[in-house]
Design a binder for this molecule. Structure first.
Ligand SMILES: Cc1ncc(COP(=O)(O)O)c(C=O)c1O
Length: 340
């Protein structure tokens, strides 16, 4: 089953942006500091990739940019918020592949200080040589990008549009491979993870991971994500549709609605607005393990996981795997959120 699935994924056009499986580490110091005894905490370091600061979007970009190149495209256009990690990684990957890159960045977060406007991912986008279109408040990025694509075609370019967060069914397939890495780790180390926990923004990461587990004979209920963008029900529907559309690409069976577990209780006031629990999670992990979560995605999910552990949601002795999706450069845009 596993090899057959591997062959199916190999049949897609891809570029290589990730050289090897990302590490899985035990968080024993954090367990000690927080007095966690009932469960064992592990972290998968998808921030730990040898390209452009790493992060979940690189897995999606391997498939999306593979298709762009196979179609003979020369300009990549994508959308996101001003501090989008996806935009930064699209800029870096396009640079490496010799493609032009245009980023359409919307103002979706109520932050306007100098760090948010100029530092973090926005700074890196420019260093990686992308052309930025920073939209005024209220202007829709998807519409601007569609118009921009038309203009590029009229100029004789061959543009390729990547949707927000790289979360198309094809992009989601990038995470099918991650489920393989997790199951390989289980076999190599003779353990089994009861839950894989992660943030959910545009839902492609949860969806792709779910599709990967299904094709490898494992229930997608192993995954719990924490929504940082949409309302819980909207995130469930979006994740379910993307997972099933990704599964259709590899000709595999469908996931049922009750197999998608998204928790919407840790988003706080909204996307990009850090919660007190998230800032606390950043401090705890940084001070005990030297691992830097980001305030927009991973810290909210980590805080959600710590809440669920304290609430006794997991069976005694459970092995929990937090999927750290990256986003470190975002910290530099949030200096004012930290009380130093
Ligand atoms: C660091 C980080 N983690 C998690 C996510 C959420 O992933 P997805 O959009 O696939 O749900 C994103 C999306 O932008 C991200 O940048």
């Amino acid at each position: 089953m596993r090899d057959a699935q591997k062959d199916i994924l190999d049949a897609f056009d891809k570029v290589t942006l990730i050289e090897s499986a990302t590490p899985i580490q035990r968080l024993q110091k954090l367990e000690l500091r927080l007095g966690i005894k009932r469960v064992n905490l592990y972290i998968k370091r998808d921030d730990h990739m040898a390209f452009a600061g790493g992060g979940n979007k690189l897995r999606k970009l391997e498939f999306l940019l593979g298709e762009a190149i196979a179609q003979g495209c020369d300009t990549i256009v994508t959308t996101g918020g001003l501090q989008s990690n996806h935009a930064r990684l699209t800029a870096a990957a396009s640079a490496r592949l010799g493609l032009d890159c245009e980023l359409v960045l919307g103002r979706v977060v109520p932050r306007h200080d100098a760090e948010y406007e100029n530092n973090g991912n926005v700074l890196l986008d420019q260093i990686y040589g992308a052309k930025l279109h920073v939209l005024p408040q209220g202007e829709k990025a998807a519409k601007f990008a569609a118009n921009r694509i038309q203009l590029l075609i009229e100029e004789g370019k061959r543009p390729y549009l990547i949707p927000m967060g790289g979360s198309s069914p094809l992009g989601a397939l990038g995470y099918a491979k991650c489920s393989d890495e997790i199951m390989q780790y289980e076999r190599d180390n003779d353990i089994r993870f009861e839950k894989v926990l992660l943030p959910n923004g545009s839902s492609g990461t949860h969806a792709g991971l779910a599709a990967g587990f299904v094709t490898r004979g494992r229930s997608p209920t192993i995954i719990r994500s924490y929504s940082v963008l949409g309302e819980q029900e909207q995130a469930v529907q979006q994740t379910l549709k993307l997972a099933n559309d990704a599964l259709a690409l590899v000709g595999s069976s469908e996931i049922a609605p009750n197999q998608i577990d998204v928790d919407g209780n840790h988003r706080g006031e909204g996307y990009g607005i850090p919660t007190a629990e998230a800032l606390e999670a950043i401090a705890s992990l940084a001070k005990t393990e030297g691992i830097l979560l980001d305030p927009v995605y991973s810290a909210k999910a980590f805080a959600g996981m710590l809440h669920d552990i304290a609430a006794g949601d997991f069976v005694e002795g459970a092995n929990l795997l937090f999927l750290f999706t990256g986003g470190g450069p975002g910290v530099y845009a949030y200096r004012s959120a930290f009380a130093f």
